[in-house]
Design a protein around this ligand. Structure first.
Ligand SMILES: [Zn+2]
Ligand SMILES: [Zn+2]
Length: 490
């Protein structure tokens, strides 16, 4: 169901009156825009269900007839195969039949992208096919900081890819200052009317990035998208979004930047990877940022098969602290008997005596919760935090303020949290959840601030794993490389 006719000469006469608009579009209604302009804001670069648009169905159908919008079947059948036009899923096992009220037949829906609302064979998806919104923001960057020579080199490669298209992997150690390296490239793109997305697997990273980007580009409209975001009806040249929300876009972005590309769920979810591909324009630029690329990408970078820039040093010119391995025996058995394994206890009590803050990572909530009272026996202010903890934010804030000496945590704090002066221990480092990438990120919490560039990282284990060894080797290699390039002083 594709309507090919296009009529760009249509005036912006309204299908419904201004009073009605308020009712239809609700609180977010911008009085300065006509309804046609509103529709264009909603739909430019997006692919949405009728239900996701706050306009009367008759109005959208009229716009389709006039050629301003195009509608597609949610799911297309090709012989024995299906393809979901929203998430590009083609895996037969992820399509299910159901008795459909809309078409009164047995209809097939896509389970792969179900969390964004159900798409079935008879569900139309709508895109904008009228004139595109054009813009240009010369001299938009107001950031006053400076870049180190190696950051500058990375920044130039980024500008180059934004100018000419293609892919780039920016492999930068935790604390290298990744975001700042993007600024000049973004400014360059905005000047030339390129629409830019910064996508990340995690909503808390979206929330953390947004104010920094807005501050650097104060005159450019910036929106941030995540489940429940208020910005979803707006058009902006600069979009900060979770990778999930990319499912709602189609050939929207000239530049797609994916931050923390190795983080869950993006790294494990083919649907999200396809969504990122779909949201980017065909000849657009694709930039991946990570401190811990997967093994295959690491090999491709080292052998020169992948266009990549490696930043092996932190901006403060100190080497990255290297994790120590410490065998702690059957730690689960010990906790079950109500005691902390001796080696962990010694480490922990030393931190308390020195008054140095620390994170202690656990592989599972249940073991962390069993261990908590054993630690609290020595200092009752000690707390534990995990992903379902409703007080997660408050506890991290209390820790930041120094009111919690030691915080037990699951892998939720492996990324994104920067505390100036801490040590880190991992209990049960042999567990599967502690992948190479997770362990490098955890080690990356230590020594980030120029005032406190060092610290202790100990992996307490009941048998060394390949992931532990690879993580340590990766960090050692980065330090060697940094020394060779003259990027560190110690
Ligand atoms: Zn789908
Ligand atoms: Zn149907």
């Amino acid at each position: 169901m594709i309507f090919p006719q296009k009529d760009q000469s249509k005036k912006s006469e309204s299908f419904i009156s201004n009073d009605e608009k308020q009712v239809v579009i609700g609180k977010g209604f911008d009085d300065t825009l006509s309804i046609d302009e509103q529709l264009r804001e909603w739909l430019t670069g997006r692919m949405l269900l009728f239900d996701e648009l706050p306009f009367p169905v008759e109005y959208i159908e009229q716009q389709i007839r006039l050629g301003f919008c195009t509608s597609y079947h949610g799911i297309e059948r090709k012989g024995n195969h299906y393809i979901c036009n929203r998430c590009k899923n083609t895996d037969l096992s992820l399509f299910s039949p159901f008795p459909c009220a809309r078409c009164q037949k047995e209809c097939v829906y896509c389970r792969s992208c179900l969390m964004m609302g159900r798409v079935s064979e008879c569900t139309p998806l709508v895109t904008w096919s009228g004139l595109e919104i054009s813009f240009s923001y010369p001299n938009s960057l107001h950031w006053k900081g400076g870049l180190s020579p190696s950051q500058k080199e990375a920044s130039e490669k980024i500008i180059n890819v934004i100018k000419n298209g293609g892919d780039l992997l920016l492999w930068a150690v935790c604390g290298a200052g990744k975001t700042e390296m993007l600024f000049e490239g973004i400014a360059h793109g905005l000047e030339r009317g390129k629409r830019i997305a910064i996508a990340t697997p995690r909503a808390d990273v979206v929330l953390e990035l947004t104010p920094r980007i807005k501050q650097a580009f104060p005159d450019v409209p910036v929106i941030s998208l995540y489940g429940g975001s208020e910005d979803r009806h707006r058009f902006a040249p600069l979009v900060i979004t979770t990778t999930h929300q990319l499912l709602r876009f189609e050939r929207a972005f000239d530049v797609m930047i994916i931050d923390e590309v190795d983080a869950f769920p993006f790294s494990a979810d083919e649907m999200l990877q396809k969504a990122a591909e779909k949201a980017k324009k065909k000849d657009g630029s694709l930039i991946f940022l990570t401190a811990t690329p997967e093994e295959k990408w690491q090999r491709e970078c080292i052998s020169g098969k992948r266009n990549c820039v490696i930043l092996p040093a932190r901006y403060h010119r100190h080497r990255i602290p290297i994790p120590k391995f410490h065998w702690c025996g059957n730690w689960k058995g010990a906790i079950q008997k109500g005691r902390i394994p001796q080696s962990i206890l010694v480490w922990f009590r030393k931190r308390l005596e020195m008054g140095k803050q620390a994170f202690i990572f656990f592989p599972e909530i249940q073991w962390m919760e069993r261990a908590l009272p054993l630690f609290q026996h020595y200092a009752p202010e000690i707390e534990a935090v995990h992903s379902e903890d409703p007080q997660r934010k408050e506890k991290v804030q209390k820790f930041r303020e120094g009111n919690i000496p030691i915080l037990l945590t699951t892998t939720i704090l492996e990324r994104g949290v920067t505390i100036p002066n801490i040590d880190v221990a991992v209990v049960g480092a042999e567990s599967e959840i502690f992948t190479e990438s997770a362990l490098v990120q955890i080690a990356g919490r230590v020594g980030r601030s120029p005032q406190f560039p060092t610290g202790d990282i100990t992996f307490f284990h009941y048998g060394k794993t390949r992931a532990m060894i690879r993580a340590r080797n990766q960090l050692l290699r980065m330090n060697r490389e940094a020394r060779r390039k003259g990027l560190i002083d110690d």
